[in-house]
Design a protein. Sequence first.
Length: 216
Amino acid sequence: MVKLISIFMLVSLVVPRFSFSQLSPHELTFVGGQGFYSFLYKDQTPQDIMNLKYKPGFSYGIRYWWNSDDKNFLRAELGVFQAGGRGFYAGNLVQWNLNYLTLGANYLYKFWDRERRDDFSVAFGPALNMSYLMGGQQIINKLSYDLKGSDAFKKMNFHGGVIVSARYFTTRRLHFSLEYRFDCSLGQIEGADAADGQKTRNIGHVISAGVGFRLR
């Protein structure tokens, strides 16, 4: 309930800044990069028995921008990314690769541009995503186990984060971008196989580069 209230408050603050009658398609951006994900894990034992570490994984997407003025942007995104993590348990190296299809909405506020020019700018804001688990593997040393048919992880996952995005327009229509995102699951990602009192969430840092086009 607290999470739903927080989301509602965020939307109520952001939406009034936009005049939806003036919104029009603005930009389309293709991005690719690398994420570094691990797990926020806790159970009934006080010590960290897994010694969890971050592991790299892919991140690709398409982003569609709208703007109502030169400062405020709404952005929809469709993409795929790999979460997971790695750790050591009882002397064994254990790794997880979790491949997600994700659909999300972002709000970005442009807080800096170069001498009020339109060719380079930096923006930041929150992101909210819904992701579907397409497949995954658990690898213990060199043995791989398919997680797709198991109940180890939930199929649907909601997560949120914070974005910092820099864009440089080489022409009026073409731009290149570099972006950082902090991403974290909003709830339990484990499925029916999770033990009582055990909770796991994805947490990651994603760096991506992209090329985009103004549509008008």
